[in-house]
Structure formats: C-alpha cells, structure tokens
Design a binder for this molecule. Structure first.
Ligand code: AMP
Length: 144
C-alpha cells in the first residue's frame, strides 16, 4: 500500500489538525493519543513519510527512539506510572489503524486498568492538562 499523505498524523504534522503536543524538534513530534489506553498515552511520529517499520529509514527511526526516551523520562518524572509500555504496530493484522509510523508510550498505573485501544475519545480539557504536565517535565529534562 502506498503512503497516504492525507492520513491523520500527516495532517497533524502539517498543522491542519490539532494535537495535544508534548515535544517537538526538527525530526519528530510527540503528542497525546486522543483515545488513550491510560493517562499520558503518547505517540511519537517522525517527520518523514513512512507507513511502517519497513518504510522507515534508520536515521529518522533513531530520531524517533531518541524522542521516545526523552518523553518516557518526562512521563516517568511527572505522572509516576508504575510501569511503561513502549510499542509500535505494523499492518492491519497487528492492529495498526493510522498508516504513518508511530511509537506508543503507554504508562501503566497499579490499580488503574488499561482501557481498550482506540475506543473512547478523551475529554479535550483533560488531555490539555496532561499534555502541559508532560511538556514541562520534558523541558526540564532537556534543560538538564
Ligand atoms: P495504531 O493502532 O497503532 O495505528 O494507533 C493509532 C492511534 O492513534 C490510536 O491509539 C488512536 O487512538 C490514535 N489516534 C487516532 N486519531 C488521532 C488523533 N487525531 N490524535 C491523536 N491520536 C489519534
């Protein structure tokens, strides 16, 4: 399947669709999942056209990894999850629903069960509040 330049994450990258951003640099963008599995569920996308791991070149791939680490530290420091799932789906059969490569960071909290993947749209104010908390934590981490 050819890359669809109108996919929702491409539109977010172009500023045509809103997102609750937590970190951005020249190579990547991190923003909250609109249907989070848990509080702080974050997606990291490269700023290149790649549908999945097979299309993603090593260099943008390593930029995604670097941003994932930064944001993971920010989530850990600010939301205090008891665990952190980092995952990435390739292909419909694997559960991929948006065909622009993305990494998921899913915080896990003891006694707070995970919700179903991609089922329930979160309240925008709640997302904005969480994004602000993570964004500040990542700024602090980057500043050292
Ligand atoms: P995947 O199933 O790995 O392709 O994950 C796609 C994710 O994108 C799902 O968890 C959706 O909840 C999420 N999602 C879909 N549309 C948006 C959007 N406009 N903003 C943020 N996250 C989105």
């Amino acid at each position: 399947m050819a890359y669809d330049a109108n996919n929702i994450f491409a539109q977010i990258l172009e500023g045509k669709m809103p997102a609750h951003k937590v970190f951005e640099n020249d190579h990547t963008l991190a923003f909250l999942d609109i249907m989070p599995v848990s509080v702080g569920h974050t997606l990291i996308v490269p700023k290149v056209e790649a549908e999945n791991i097979f299309e993603l070149e090593n260099e943008p791939g390593s930029e995604v990894f670097k941003t994932t680490k930064k944001v993971a530290h920010g989530i850990q420091a600010s939301l205090n999850p008891t665990g952190l799932i980092i995952t990435q789906l390739n292909g419909t059969d694997a559960g991929q629903t948006v065909f622009h490569y993305h990494m998921h960071i899913i915080p896990v909290y003891k006694k707070m069960p995970l919700r179903m993947h991609g089922k329930e749209i979160e309240d925008s104010e709640a997302l904005a509040k969480t994004a602000k908390i993570i964004r500040q934590a990542v700024v602090d981490i980057v500043a050292g």
